[in-house]
Design a protein around this ligand. Structure first.
Ligand code: 7TS
Length: 406
């Protein structure tokens, strides 16, 4: 089916507004993206008609809320081709998913001098939880280096394995460079050493089809708000066998089977990991976002964003004194760049005055900045509603930046 991406833009009410009096050009989709009307309406509908706490009411309303909430679990299972719906754990976002695995799986299975492998290009969310765990159990981090193009150094990766390696935690796609990592191959290699792999899919899941059984990843995390769904909700996928081996992450309601002061027993997977009242409206809204994406087709979205990436790479490369940081062969629609003699924050300010929303900074990936010896970059990141006119506006804005700072 041929999708007309131009008409899809009308599904996103926020994009109709202006920024500093100019039509909004939203190019910060890696930070979060905008929501289609159907998602906004679903949340409003939930609070208008279906709001009740889940998994406990005996009345119709609560049964309906529970049914809608659990329906999203099944939607996600199909969306990423998990084997079982109970392998889908609802969390607050990619960050909480990684913390959950580090604290529950890591604290149970890791000991002094064990090693956790991560890469130079990780978001802080896939660094700090492992550092905290390493401090708690006396383990060490091993860092996979990246090349000047911003790709994983695969030779170095293979050499980093020792008999102490207990986990590889790797981004599917980098938020600061756009690099798509060869995770299927990395997982295959890790498994030859009997090492499980957690994939941080925050920047990949919204931009390409993901099949967790094909990848054979052990854990996969992502956030709803980067995939056209609401904030405050995300997913931890874990293989049944691994989730079954893990103790609860937090204690509270819904995660127990029975409680006495002498002994408490825990609920089964995945409820064992969902203590307290969850973001029910968020889960339902995310289910609607996924139905919206499925209708467009993740293949179509990937192809559209690759066209934008190619167009933008060509246009930005033609700007004198502009350098793109991260030129991996396989990228998502993310372009990080610097302009000679102009600080990224100044670029951001001038672009903002022209209605253009980009991110300037270290993108919560300070080790990437250190690797390329930069304090910061400017980052433009694309979503399904962007088009070449947005990129033309960015180019015009950058020419204005150069005019001002000459
Ligand atoms: N992992 C990656 C690769 C990310 O890019 C981000 C957020 C996270 C994890 C954390 O996601 P959260 O939803 O739990 O916060 N990245 C960005 C970004 O690039 N700009 O703002 C947030």
């Amino acid at each position: 089916m041929k999708i007309d991406f131009k008409t899809l833009r009308a599904d996103f009410p926020l994009l109709k507004q202006t920024n500093r009096g100019k039509p909004l050009v939203y190019l910060d989709n890696s930070a979060t993206n905008q929501k289609p009307r159907c998602v906004i309406d679903a949340i409003s509908h939930y609070y208008t008609h279906d709001n009740a706490n889940i998994h406990r009411g005996v009345y119709e309303l609560s049964e309906r809320a529970t049914r809608e909430y659990e329906k999203t679990r099944v939607t996600i299972k199909s969306f990423i081709n998990a084997k079982h719906a109970h392998e889908i754990v609802f969390v607050r976002g990619a960050t909480e998913g990684i913390n959950l695995v580090a604290q529950s799986y890591g604290r149970t299975h890791f000991k002094v001098l064990d090693e956790i492998m991560i890469s130079t290009m990780e978001h802080h969310s896939n660094i700090v939880p492992w550092q905290m765990l390493a401090d708690q159990v006396g383990a060490n981090l091993r860092i996979i280096p990246i090349t000047d193009d911003g790709e994983i150094d695969m030779d170095a990766y293979q050499k980093l394995f020792t008999e102490r390696t207990k986990m590889v935690a790797i981004a599917h796609a980098s938020n600061a460079l756009g690099t798509v990592n060869p995770i299927k191959e990395m997982i295959r290699i890790a498994h030859t050493h009997d090492v499980p792999v957690l994939v941080d899919g925050a920047q990949a899941f919204p931009h390409m089809p993901v099949d967790v059984q094909d990848l054979d990843c052990d854990f996969y995390v992502f956030s709803s708000h980067k995939a056209y769904g609401p904030t405050g909700i995300g997913v931890l996928y874990g293989k049944e066998k691994l989730l079954e081996s893990m103790p609860p992450y937090q204690g509270g309601g819904d995660m127990i089977e029975s409680v006495t002061f002498a002994k408490t027993t825990y609920n089964k997977v995945p409820f064992r990991f969902e203590a307290g009242t969850p973001d029910i409206a968020g889960v339902i809204g995310f289910g609607v976002a996924l139905a919206y994406l499925k209708n467009i087709g993740m293949d179509n979205i990937a192809a559209h964003e690759q066209e934008l990436l190619n167009y933008a790479t060509q246009k930005l490369s033609a700007i004198p004194e502009l350098k793109i940081i991260g030129v991996a062969k396989n990228k998502v629609g993310v372009i990080s760049f610097v302009l000679k003699d102009v600080h990224p924050h100044d670029i951001g300010t001038v672009l903002d005055a022209h209605g253009i929303a980009i991110r300037a900074g270290h993108h919560c990936a300070m080790p990437v900045m250190e690797r390329f010896q930069l304090p910061a970059t400017v980052r433009a990141s694309f979503g399904l509603y962007n088009n070449t006119a947005d990129i033309d506006a960015l180019v015009t804005g950058l020419q204005e930046v150069q005019r001002i700072f000459k």
